[in-house]
Design a protein around this ligand. Sequence first.
Ligand code: NCD
Length: 338
Amino acid sequence: MKFAGSHILSVSQFERADVEHVFSVADRMRPFAERERMTKALDGAILGSMFFEPSTRTRVSFGSAFNLLGGEVRETTGFEHSAIAKGESLYDTARVLSGYSDVIVMRHPESGSVAEFAAASRVPVINGGDGSNEHPSQALLDLYTIRKEREHQGGEVDGLRIALVGDLRYGRTVHSLCQLLAVYEGLHILLVSPVELRMPESIIEYLRERGHTVLESDQLEASIKQVDIVYSTRLQEERFASSQEADLYRGRFRLNQSVYTEHCQPNTVIMHPLPRDSRANARELDVDLNDNPNLAIFRQTDNGVLVRMALFALILDVVDLVDTESRPVQWFTARRFK
Ligand code: NCD
């Protein structure tokens, strides 16, 4: 695919070679994310960051990634602070805001809204999550993490056995991740959810058409015995008609250290897009797993910066400038990736 000047709206844009290309650029971003070197590759560039749904890590890591490349960030958060609250259309908003930035990241509660916005934008737009539809940058950082974890264990992504657990109906991260994983070969995918919150049939069919094995279950323990990765998710409460309806499913699947010890193989990697719901009635991923070395959730969040830097460098066509415009940092830096 052509990256320079392109929107990133869906994982369906990526073939395997494109994914590998993003990851090789992400690897080159590590000295900058680790604060060993700084770069001015995007000096003067402006990111328009528009989040019309709650977000912590996606919003901040996109902003940090842009800053780390030397660019500046302008933020709009919440409908109540934007002219959308006055009835402005996505078309007009896109026409206006694309005049103020070089690239835009947008999150919006409606499926398809970011693509609609992008169609009217004069600059590239990255989908930071559109309703329950897609979250392509999350899928890329998840896959990048899966690759790193597998490499660490001497394995690869082809032939991976992965259980995706939780709200597979509304979870956009698992929708995007499944479709992106499909570019690899011979995967065994276990979809663990309440029957009412199953993965959309179209995604299951897509995986099977590409030759992958897909099994569905509503039992956690039996499904995590033979997998390399358990990818847990939060109940997408905001997509339910009421919190009473969400209560029917809350806390249904709980992975904690004792469940892990009893049912998982010793090196099974634990992932979650975060935020995990740590309230007593949910706890899909218990805090007692925090010292488990196979808990990869904070490696995922660190990797998010690398992958998002790579996307900006590719879209704005400065991959080689990142090194040539760089120098060592001169302040004390404590933060180190693991
Ligand atoms: C996810 C999202 O917004 O879809 N969060 C994220 O971006 N890491 C998952 C979630 O909110 O449950």
